[in-house]
Design a protein around this ligand. Structure first.
Ligand SMILES: Cc1cc2nc3c(=O)[nH]c(=O)nc-3n(C[C@H](O)[C@H](O)[C@H](O)COP(=O)(O)OP(=O)(O)OC[C@H]3O[C@@H](n4cnc5c(N)ncnc54)[C@H](O)[C@@H]3O)c2cc1C
Length: 509
């Protein structure tokens, strides 16, 4: 039986980073991935002459060569930094309103504040104050995290500390806003609904509408994307994940693609190994799961092996949202069709909370539409004179799961037609330039990721299920989690979190 220090289940961003860090630290690590390519959400596929990005709109935490962010340093350690062409995106995003107007936010604090003050002069003072709160909040939460890292390390320490007397004095902004929703904070600062929409656009990166989206996450997204600059990379996120996978091998780790884990082996209630889908058993001192805790406990263990404490612990958490995405290859340049900003959020009304309710419906009629034209920042992502656009909405899987195979096929293409019709209204002539189109539904994500509900951001990320309350604790000795289900979702946060988990484990095994 093969023996390792650590076994990693799943080669999504978190699994890859965990395996790379362990290999870098000289540990014997093996990584299992059920798909034939690495990356999970972070990968690509081809149709005709186009290669489509599946997930990444913007990579956070990179920073610039002059002012490197944590991810740049992590990738340098893996030896992949110079293998990839990183593309700095100059605008955070553009929000398009239903009356045809819109606002674009530069990826720079001063320029962003100045631009918004010009667009919304009546609220200039509030804009300046809001940005100060966002930055103070992030500085204080970084200081708080550093402080609590020095504390006992007891799992609930962070949660307890936040309630402690004295906390509001040391971290006043954090104490005031930590548990507020985005909508509550926007209402405190601003009157104009357009300004509110412009400043809250990152809610769509976590799949929670402003009334449920934690301000803590919005503040961090705004801060990190502005300070470390949004990035894309030449060749899709697949390039980055392929490079990390190769780094794992180069540093002595083992990667098994096309080889899912079927079962976790327990002895005396502790994880000691896994059995792969071919029935081969492997042993290790620690197991890291890059898949959901629900699937880990529910599918990789027998019901009688799952501790009651795990069921109780996960009870309050609800499975998050999935997505409905059209991947479109156009036979024209972005300028010809009117795309000027790579990442746009398009509203059907000025009430994002109301529009979001359509996420529970099958078809994408009113849901805010996220459209990314990758060719704006990098014309080489597609053949000369063409463009790649992904346009989609966030959708829960329930209605999709009710369809028969025939209905599914019909509804998938109907959904695609409706998204194209909405794009045609915004960019007249769009439809006649479509050369290739593919559609992914919540069921597609379910199939490729093996996640309940086809969830793309893990558990629902609302105030009581995220930030200070992520279900990161494992209830089985020697089993740990590193995925978007147990930390802030997204590429940057996930790579970093897994790096931390792996570093801790490396010191133990
Ligand atoms: C449409 C879309 C847009 C997004 N946009 C952005 C963005 O712009 N910026 C950003 O930062 N984030 C974005 N995200 C979110 C980001 O992609 C995810 O948060 C992140 O990729 C999740 O990574 P993960 O480590 O949790 O692994 P996942 O991507 O969930 O991968 C899990 C892996 O485990 C494998 N697996 C499952 N079961 C088994 C098993 N039994 N054995 C072995 N392997 C198994 C799966 O095949 C998969 O490869 C987006 C996601 C989507 C889908």
């Amino acid at each position: 039986m093969e023996q390792y220090d650590v076994i990693v289940i799943g080669a999504g961003n978190g699994g890859l980073a965990a395996a790379a860090t362990l290999a870098e630290k000289g540990k014997r690590v093996i990584l299992f991935e059920r798909h034939n390519i690495p990356g999970g959400c972070g990968s690509s596929f081809r149709r005709g002459r186009f290669e489509f990005e599946i997930a990444l709109h913007q990579l956070s935490h990179m920073g610039t060569p002059e002012n490197p962010g944590p991810l740049r340093e992590q990738f340098a350690r893996y030896g992949i930094l110079d293998e990839i062409d990183w593309i700095e995106i100059k605008e955070l995003f553009r929000v398009n309103f239903p009356d045809g107007t819109g606002v674009s936010l530069p990826a720079d604090r001063e320029k962003c504040v100045a631009h918004l003050c010009k667009e919304f002069p009546a609220e200039a003072e509030a804009i300046k104050e809001y940005f100060k709160v966002v930055y103070d909040f992030c500085d204080e939460s970084t200081a708080f995290a550093a402080q609590s890292a020095k504390s006992t390390g007891e799992p609930g320490a962070l949660k307890k500390l936040i309630m402690k007397t004295g906390f509001p004095r040391i971290y006043p902004t954090l104490a005031k806003y930590a548990l507020k929703s985005t909508q509550e904070v926007l209402d405190e600062f601003f009157k104009d609904p357009k300004l509110q929409l412009a400043l809250s656009a990152y809610w769509c990166f976590m799949g929670m509408p402003p009334e449920r989206f934690p301000f803590a996450i919005l503040a961090k997204c705004t801060y990190f994307y502005t300070e470390t600059k949004p990035h894309y990379l030449r060749g899709t996120s697949m390039m980055m994940n392929q490079a990390i996978m190769e780094a794992v091998g180069r540093m002595g780790g083992v990667v098994r693609l096309n080889c899912g884990v079927k079962r976790i082996v327990l002895e005396n209630g502790a994880a000691v190994g896994v059995v792969d889908e071919n029935g081969v058993e492997y042993r290790a001192k620690k197991i890291i799961s890059n898949i959901s805790p629900l699937t880990t406990y529910g599918a990789l263990l027998a019901p009688e092996e799952v501790p009651e404490s795990a069921r109780e612990y996960l009870k309050p958490y609800t499975v998050g949202i999935s997505a409905l995405t059209c991947f479109i290859g156009l036979d024209c340049t972005p300028e010809e069709i009117g795309f000027t900003t790579s990442f746009t959020l398009n509203y059907e009304s000025l009430d994002a909370n109301k529009d979001f309710r359509d996420a529970y419906q099958l078809l994408p009629d009113h849901d805010p539409l996220v459209a990314t034209c990758y060719t704006v920042d990098d014309p080489s992502v597609s053949p000369p004179g063409t463009s790649i656009i992904t346009a989609g909405t966030l959708k829960y899987s329930a209605e999709w799961e009710k369809l028969t195979p025939e209905q599914y096929y019909e509804m998938k293409y109907e959904a695609g037609r409706r998204i194209v019709a909405r794009l045609e209204k915004m960019y007249p002539g769009f439809t006649e330039h479509i050369e290739e189109m593919e559609i992914a539904t919540p069921l597609t994500h379910m199939r490729y990721l093996n996640h309940p509900g086809g969830a793309i951001y893990g558990y629902e990320q609302d105030r009581m299920q995220s930030v200070f309350f992520f279900p990161a604790e494992s209830k089985i000795p020697n089993l740990e989690f590193a995925s978007g289900w147990v930390t802030s979702c997204g590429f940057g946060p996930n790579y970093q979190y897994a790096d931390g988990v792996a570093s801790k484990i490396a010191a133990e095994v």
